[in-house]
Design a protein around this ligand. Structure first.
Ligand code: UD1
Length: 415
């Protein structure tokens, strides 16, 4: 059990880095299963990444980690059954399904777990794989998939990030051509495709709504550095915004963050784009009128909690509508406990800015909620204790160290 103890009111200033993106690194690690030669990948130091490496080891891959880089040799992989305890712990274990099927023609797994932010079914993953020739059977809580993969046209009813990535990984070794329509367009999908192309895959259109894949016989190996984390970058800029600060995130890619940077500007921040992204906050933030989460290039659901937290102390009122996940406002009760004025009506949260928040003991129940409560603590009067830091560690590498280096008064306390 770990918690952050934060004394609010310090202005955050300076330069920092976001590091490699969790949401790019996790599918790339799953895709390592497809490689017939060794692969080197630069990885962020996150608990989700460590769990994914554990899964690869349990499936029989050779894995060694030196500093930021992991060497993965999937030639020795021999197991097509996903370890139940680890898949129960993390949603991203579902990424292994496509690669295991492509490799062994069969796969067995349990329903994936992860943050409690909605139902998060996997029907789109399974129906896409069925189109590629896979039969799916459920027995005693386990799901059994089998079949030799062939190319097909797949139309996703919703542009699911995970389903697009799973189908992409399954299709690269399938026989013939696969076309994924209404594919998710997130930059992490382009990054996964670039990794697969480095291994020898033939993919066109990744990052657009139609992805076309020509199956190949085998894939090789290579060395890859995933894209920088646009959500970590956005969170660090939000930390500058909420403390009246001035922070440059050196590796942030503005082109991936347009919707978020536009909201910062609507709130009165100055955003400078050059070598990275710099945010200079005004004395008092202004409320944005509305914020609607959408699939990329819309506003990312993973930044919803952080921007709503900024709205809590902005001048004026705004409405935040969550369209991607159905259960992503749980943390607002914690913000209300710190003095925020938030009313929830269905999928929309109405936020009226208050002059200040007051420090309190609050509980993070998912990753981005944890980041948001940390932001609240940075600007609150007095001390804030954020419990549930293990959720934050899933997606932010030593967040307290990064924030402290920018001037925050924050420390980790572990039982
Ligand atoms: C990924 C990201 C996550 C981000 C999300 C949306 C990773 C590791 N995680 O999650 O951080 O919040 O994209 O940008 O990359 N859905 C179905 N059936 C399915 C799959 C999804 O109904 O088979 C629904 C989900 O319940 C959700 C919506 O589609 O309501 C979006 O989910 P999806 O895009 O699949 O998100 P993830 O890949 O789980």
């Amino acid at each position: 059990m770990a918690r952050f103890c934060i004394t609010g009111g310090k202005r955050l200033c300076g330069q920092t880095q976001a590091g490699a993106a969790k949401n790019a690194a996790l599918p790339i690690l799953a895709a390592c299963m497809l490689a017939t030669q060794p692969v080197r990948v630069r990885l962020p130091d996150l608990s989700d990444v460590r769990n994914m490496l554990k899964i690869l080891r349990l499936l029989g891959c050779g894995v060694s980690v030196q500093g930021d880089w992991a060497d993965i040799d999937a030639q020795s992989a021999c197991c097509w059954r996903m370890p139940a305890d680890l898949s129960g712990k993390m949603r991203s274990s579902i990424f292994m399904l496509g690669p295991i099927l492509a490799r062994f023609g069969k796969a067995e797994f349990t329903y994936p777990g992860g943050c409690e932010i909605g139902l998060r079914p996997i029907d789109l993953h399974l129906s896409g794989l069925r189109a590629l020739g896979v039969t799916v059977r459920e027995t005693g809580g386990r799901i059994l998939c089998a079949g030799s993969l062939h190319g097909a046209r797949v139309h996703l009813d919703y542009p699911s990030v995970g389903a697009t990535e799973n189908l992409l990984m399954a299709a690269v070794l399938a026989q013939g051509e696969t076309v994924i329509d209404n594919a998710a367009m997130e930059p992490e999908i382009e990054d996964l495709a670039a990794f697969l192309q480095m291994l020898g895959a033939k993919i066109q259109g990744a990052g657009t709504a139609r992805v076309t894949i020509q199956g190949v016989e085998t894939l090789g190996g290579g060395s890859y550095e995933p894209m920088p984390d646009r959500i970590v970058a956005g969170t660090l800029l939000a930390a500058a915004a909420i403390t009246g600060g001035d922070v440059l995130v050196r590796d942030a890619r503005a082109q991936d963050m347009a919707a978020v940077l536009s909201k910062f500007e609507q709130m009165g921040c100055t955003v400078e784009i050059g070598q990275g992204v710099r945010l200079i906050a005004p004395r008092r933030l202004q409320a944005f009128r509305t914020l609607d989460t959408r699939p990329y290039p819309g506003f990312p659901t993973d930044m919803q909690a952080q921007l709503l937290t900024l709205a809590c102390v902005a001048e004026g009122a705004g409405a935040v509508t969550e369209n991607v996940f159905e259960n992503r406002f749980g943390y607002t009760a914690e913000l209300s406990g710190m003095g925020a004025d938030i009313q929830i009506h269905g999928r929309t949260a109405f936020v009226r800015g208050v002059a200040h928040l007051t420090g309190a003991r609050v509980y993070a129940r998912d990753l981005r909620a944890g980041a948001a409560l940390t932001l609240a603590g940075l600007c609150a009067r007095g001390e804030t204790i954020v419990e549930g830091v293990s959720f934050i560690d899933r997606g932010y590498a030593a967040l307290e160290t990064t924030l402290a280096a920018l001037g925050a008064c924050i420390r980790r306390e572990t039982d």
